[in-house]
Design a protein around this ligand. Structure first.
Ligand SMILES: [Zn+2]
Length: 378
């Protein structure tokens, strides 16, 4: 059983609830709630594997492995198409849920970003949630449980995921990737509590390069000319596109692996078709994820400037940049830095809706520049 949740770090409570549910019988709907990047989606896939596996989640059989890769016909992962989970999608699920599973002992539907139901899709979903077929399980995953309709929440067992401590994250990076102690600490901090991002930084040269580039841009923004600001917007947009491309590439690699496991031609063609559909539907989501990565780094930089401006160097996330932060942080600049962080947060919020991303980033830069030039520069 441990094996199934081996990738989940620092979530003892959630893992024990889920392990017990697999042993003693699960309810039909779960809501996995907690901060971003702490392992909710991996846990959802692991739990789904446990529900589908003949052996209650051995972690090693073909069912367990394929579910955890997101490539099992009885486990469906639904992410919002555009900004919302569409009603058509729910109608489709309602219809298919009634059929027996293809091969596993259960059918599992995992909703990522489950706070993105709109009223129509939520109402359609409630019907199934009230009387789910015996072989069907739902796992709703969200960073924002407060945005879900109470009628949905009340029908789910809530499994709370907590922030992962820097210590636990650093330990994971040391054990998993063999990072040296100091590097593991730096990486855990730089990721600001987001374990998925920390693992990405630890393993991907391109993620590290992107972080450096974006931190440089954030650093230079207050003094940048209009033209330099415009070209920074272009660079950010190019970075977002690159992140999306990389994700598409890694999804392609996952497909290749799945195809190697797939025995017959029918399964292969099913997998290929499903992969294409997934890519088509995820285009916007990939862009959103890229923009989230960008804004997270910007928020982190100005947050660090705020910390240094009040002498709280120890609280800095980007410890490898402490010198630059010290060179730039203005005593008395706290309000401006907090306004810059706020501008980033508001941009993150705007980007949830169908706004033009380039416009939103341009506005964000302008607001940050305004916030940081209101203050007397010495
Ligand atoms: Zn198994």
């Amino acid at each position: 059983m441990r094996g199934l949740f081996a990738d989940i770090v620092g979530q003892e409570m959630a893992v024990s609830i889920l392990t017990r549910a697999l042993e003693q019988g699960a309810v039909h709907a779960y809501l996995f709630a907690g901060p971003p990047g702490v392992g909710k989606t991996s846990a959802a896939l692991a739990f789904a594997a446990g529900l589908a596996c003949e052996d209650k989640g051995c972690g090693t059989c073909s069912t367990c492995r394929r579910v955890q890769q997101g490539l099992h016909p009885d486990v469906e992962v639904i992410a919002p198409e555009g900004n919302f989970i569409r009603k058509e999608e729910i109608t489709d699920i309602n219809m298919h849920a009634a059929y027996r599973p293809f091969e596993a002992r259960a059918k599992v539907y995992i909703f990522l970003e489950a706070d993105n139901f709109n009223i129509e899709s939520a109402n359609a979903f409630l019907k199934t949630l009230e009387e789910p077929p015996a072989h069907v399980y739902f796992i709703l995953v969200t960073d924002h449980p407060e945005r879900l309709l109470p009628t949905i929440v009340s029908r789910c067992q809530v499994v709370a995921f907590s922030s992962v401590s820097l210590k636990a994250m650093a330990k994971d990076l040391r054990n998993r990737f063999g990072l040296a102690a100091e590097e593991a600490d730096l990486t855990a901090r730089a990721a600001g509590g987001n374990l998925s991002y920390a693992r990405e930084l630890a393993t991907s040269e391109s993620a590290r390069r992107q972080r450096e580039l974006l931190l440089d841009l954030a650093r230079d923004l207050p003094a940048a000319s209009l033209m330099a600001t415009q070209s920074a917007v272009d660079e950010v947009m190019a970075t977002v596109a690159r992140l999306a491309d990389e994700r598409v590439e890694s999804l392609g690699a996952e497909l290749q692996q799945a195809l190697e496991w797939a025995g017959d031609a029918r399964t292969r063609s099913w997998l290929t078709k499903r992969h294409e559909e997934k890519l088509r539907r995820q285009q916007r989501r990939l862009t959103t994820q890229g923009l989230n990565a960008v804004t997270r780094i910007y928020a982190g930089w100005y947050r660090d400037l705020a910390a240094v401006s009040v002498g709280a160097e120890g609280a800095v996330l980007n410890q490898d940049r402490v010198r630059e932060l010290n060179d730039r942080a203005l005593p008395g600049g706290l309000v401006g830095y907090m306004q810059a962080v706020l501008a980033v947060r508001q941009t993150q919020e705007r980007l949830r809706y169908n706004v033009d991303a380039k416009c939103a980033i341009t506005d964000m830069f302008r607001t940050i520049k305004e916030a940081l030039t209101q203050w007397p520069m010495s």
